[in-house]
Design a protein around this ligand. Structure first.
Ligand code: SF4
Length: 432
């Protein structure tokens, strides 16, 4: 039997790196610890417990994790320091040898972090990185009005550049019944918008024999939730049926985030992605034919091994030709243990930078074009809290950022507005 009184009155500091999923998980741990009487250490206070939720997507991410751990250990002498997440799963020994670290928990233990902290606070330094089988449920409120509901974890794909399947384990998910209950709880707490998150959400259902479309339909019926956004979904798993369903649903927003990674079929083959550019174009065109005002964000990686100048030009031209709204551009980073390292052609850092800049400029053009096409449109906006002296912002159903003068009464309200011109900063449209 674990004695939970050990936590009562303690102060905790949290540090999260990486994806939305990590942020959702840290926020869930913080909420749970609060139930045991642990409060968040405020600025200037020394924490008794430090939790670092790490990422390992690039070598830079690993470096940032190490820096964060050193900083927390230094700022909070004597604190019980727990490190979890992808970096902890991949390099547990490296972390446990870091002075000041008490507990290293891999992805499988994330859901048991609190009992493990209670158990170990009096014990020795421990590493637990078992085979990853557990699904740790997580639903958190972001800084803004949105909630992030984790529906799936892990990945069964083996894209040649990616370490996520090793760091987060095989694909697994919560049951539709449990996820609907979590969404109902969000509605009971006054939440209006949920972002459905996971590592490879389209692959939902391995644990329970259900499908992502079943989940979408079930969530659509939850009373009180007015908006859902589907976070990044693999193009081959974004079925035509899901697109068609979203086009008729009032709650699933006209907004998709789809990883393309490369617009060259040759590079896609080297990456071992499960689609080609023809399939990707079909998905984008279907979305646009059913939802002409849909916002489509696309992930791209530049400078992967094998991306010759010709392949990059093919990719650039393909991306340019698509009616998409924004690009999220990532520079390829070599990861130990990945198959991509067997590809001999290496892109220099300078070329990577130039390619990244070209795609970022293209993204800016696309975003501006999309926003300009929305001027004069009448669209619903969910407004978010802002400090008194600052203008308020919110997002339309199709993910256009909108600015209005501050009005606290509109906080967390959905109001239909006519979209006017760009604001001063050029990053939002003003409501007329
Ligand atoms: S789909 Fe590919 S890139 Fe995405 S997590 Fe799985 S292996 Fe990594």
């Amino acid at each position: 039997m674990i004695d939970s009184s050990i936590l009562q009155g303690k102060k905790a500091a949290y540090f999260t790196l990486g994806c939305k999923l990590n942020f959702a998980e840290t926020s869930t741990v913080a909420q749970e610890l609060q139930r045991y009487g642990v409060t968040k250490a405020q600025k200037g206070e020394t924490a008794d417990i430090c939790i670092v939720n790490t990422c390992s997507v690039t070598e830079v991410a690993d470096h940032k994790c190490r820096q964060a751990i050193h900083k927390l250990v230094k700022q909070n002498p004597g604190a019980f320091v727990v490190v979890t997440g992808c970096y902890a799963q991949l390099k547990p020994q490296e972390i446990i040898e870091t002075p000041g670290v008490d507990l290293v928990l891999g992805s499988n233990e994330k859901g048991n972090i609190i009992p493990m902290i209670m158990d170990k606070m009096t014990g020795a330094h421990t590493v637990r990185t078992a085979e990853i089988l557990n699904f740790a449920p997580s639903c958190s409120r972001g800084d803004r009005t949105r909630y992030f509901l984790k529906v799936q974890d892990g990945c069964n794909y083996y894209c040649t550049y990616c370490t996520i399947p090793i760091a987060r384990g095989r694909s697994r998910n919560g049951s539709i019944e449990s996820l609907v209950k979590q969404a109902e709880q969000v509605a009971a707490d006054g939440g209006k918008e949920i972002v459905i998150t996971g590592v490879n959400i389209g692959d939902f259902g391995h644990t329970t024999g259900e499908t992502f479309l079943d989940l979408v339909k079930a969530l659509d019926n939850v009373e009180g939730i007015e908006r859902y956004r589907i976070s990044s979904i693999e193009p081959n798993l974004l079925t035509d049926e899901i697109i068609e369903y979203c086009a008729t649903s009032k709650k699933f927003m006209p907004h998709f985030h789809i990883p393309l990674q490369s617009g060259s079929d040759d590079v896609l083959r080297l990456m071992k992605r499960k689609y080609d550019t023809a399939l990707f174009r079909h998905k984008i065109e279907l979305i646009k034919s059913l939802m002409p005002h849909c916002f489509i964000g696309v992930d791209v990686i530049v400078g992967t091994r094998g991306e010759t100048p010709e392949y990059f030009e093919d990719a650039y031209n393909f991306i340019k030709s698509l009616p998409i709204s924004q690009l999220h551009v990532f520079s390829y980073s070599e990861r130990p243990g990945t198959k991509a390292l067997e590809i001999p052609y290496v892109v220099t850092p300078q070329v990577k930078k130039e390619r990244s800049q070209r795609l970022l400029a293209l993204s800016e053009e696309k975003l501006k074009e999309f926003y300009t096409s929305q001027i004069g449109q009448v669209r619903p906006v969910l407004f978010e809290h802002a400090p008194k002296s600052k203008p308020m912002h919110g997002f339309t159903d199709n993910y256009v950022k909108v600015e209005i003068p501050n009005n606290p009464e509109l906080d967390n309200k959905i109001i239909t507005v006519t979209l006017g011109d760009f604001n001063k900063e050029g990053d939002a449209l003003c409501a007329k």
